[in-house]
Design a protein around this ligand. Structure first.
Ligand SMILES: CNc1nc2c(CCNC[C@]34C[C@H]5C[C@H](C[C@H](C5)C3)C4)c3nc(N)[nH]c(=O)c3cc2[nH]1
Ligand SMILES: [Zn+2]
Length: 382
């Protein structure tokens, strides 16, 4: 018996008639999430260098955490005893957890994959672990996230068509096992939504095959996996175009691991609602800051006497309060506040970009917004 996830529902508030870009609202037991939305990433139960109250101040509505990392350290049982992720890290709003599969490949020192699951050695201490759909659903329940992801296989890029086909087949196998294990874990309680993930690398026919496998499983939301793994942006956009008319329009679409500001705009233009990426905090820690004209590297000498804000159009604490000269000084002095202010600004830049795209879609002017934003933003250094 498929209980509808009544605790979770998605409302389409507006759709751009020209591009198909969407403005929506994802209703969850811990609050509503307006889309398009950028989700700050908190790998180890913290969005690096940001306290929960600061994340709330900058308008973060949902954050990401990870099964693989928290299972290994401190252990999902400790997080569960601490009140689940929400209690442990004192974040009251929604949390989405990734299923752990992707991280096994990007982090573990050794891994072997079979239809059963993934055997790997911890990147901390080399101890052996087996990760599979049942393990992932059990850990995500202990973490208590509001949205969990199916345990999937993300093919690397580049890969052979056969490798991509194998990942599509296994992802479908594991999606069915994830759904069964999730239903067993929660026994009808509807406090955690499980999103499906579509694979297929850069082959459109494999993407359609994966969509045909996953969509009939009737998940409350669908992610596009297997992208932002090094493929040219043109391939990413082509794949998104091929999925636009296939993914259920009444359910949220999450593009995993994306991305740069221009990628977000192009993703929204292709019907994506949700994004996550480590860039804002990772770039923040090395002094690379998003501005409407591209990325600025605050270390540069040219900012030594630049007493203007990082981004004069930005409303974040860093831009309201400090100058480029001061943040450059902090960075060169190795001050912790440098990482905090840069992360703060980059996170707010992407959160605000989501808010502005939503407003443009609601006001029927998304194509103009997209043209103006991309016209000013050069992907590289400003
Ligand atoms: C960057 N490109 C990219 N990412 C991807 C991710 C991880 C999304 N971010 C979650 C994550 C991953 C890491 C870093 C932080 C915290 C935590 C551990 C969860 C974000 C992916 N995750 C899954 N399950 N499947 C994918 O195909 C996939 C493809 C991606 N392509
Ligand atoms: Zn700012």
């Amino acid at each position: 018996m498929n209980f509808p996830d009544t605790a979770f529902s998605f409302t389409l508030d507006a759709v751009c008639p020209v591009t198909g870009a969407r403005a929506g609202t994802l209703h969850t037991p811990r609050g509503d999430i307006q889309t398009p939305v950028f989700m700050p990433v908190g790998t180890q139960a913290t969005v690096k260098a940001m306290a929960p109250f600061e994340l709330e101040e900058m308008g973060a509505r949902i954050i990401l955490a990870n099964t693989y990392h928290l299972y290994l350290r401190p252990g999902a049982d400790i997080v569960a005893e601490g009140g689940g992720l929400h209690g442990f890290m004192q974040w009251k709003r929604p949390i989405l957890t990734d299923s752990g599969g992707f991280q096994v490949f990007s982090l573990s020192t050794l891994n072997r994959i079979s239809d059963e699951g993934v055997w790997c050695r911890s990147h901390h201490d080399g101890t052996p672990h087996v990760m599979n759909p049942e393990w992932s659903m059990s850990v995500q329940k202990q973490l208590g996230s509001d949205i969990a992801m199916c345990f999937d296989q993300c093919a690397p890029w580049p890969c052979s068509r056969e490798e991509a086909e194998g990942a599509v087949r296994r992802t479908a196998l594991w999606a069915a096992r994830s759904k069964e294990a999730h239903a067993r874990e929660w026994q009808g309680e509807r406090r955690q939504a499980l999103f499906g993930i579509v694979q297929g690398s850069v082959w459109e026919d494999l993407r359609l095959r994966s969509a045909k496998d996953i969509i009939p499983m009737d998940f409350p939301g669908y992610a596009v996996g297997g992208l932002s793994v090094g493929e040219p942006h043109g391939d990413m956009y082509r794949i998104l175009d091929s999925l636009k008319g296939v993914l259920p329009s009444g359910k949220p679409r999450y593009l995993m691991g994306v991305g740069r500001p221009d990628n977000l705009v192009e993703g929204v233009a292709r019907g994506i609602d949700m994004f996550d990426c480590v860039l804002p905090t990772r770039n923040g820690r090395n002094g690379t800051l998003f501005t409407p004209y591209g990325a600025v590297n605050i270390k540069k000498k040219q900012y030594e006497r630049d007493f203007t804000p990082v981004d004069p159009e930005c409303d974040c604490y860093a831009c309201r309060t400090f100058t480029r000269a001061y943040i450059r000084h902090l960075y060169r002095s190795g001050e912790i506040l440098a990482s905090r202010l840069c992360s703060w600004h980059n996170l707010r830049f992407l959160i605000r970009l989501g808010e502005e795209m939503r407003k443009a879609i609601l006001e029927g002017r998304f194509p103009e917004f997209r043209r103006a934003f991309l016209g000013r933003f050069s992907g590289g250094e400003a």
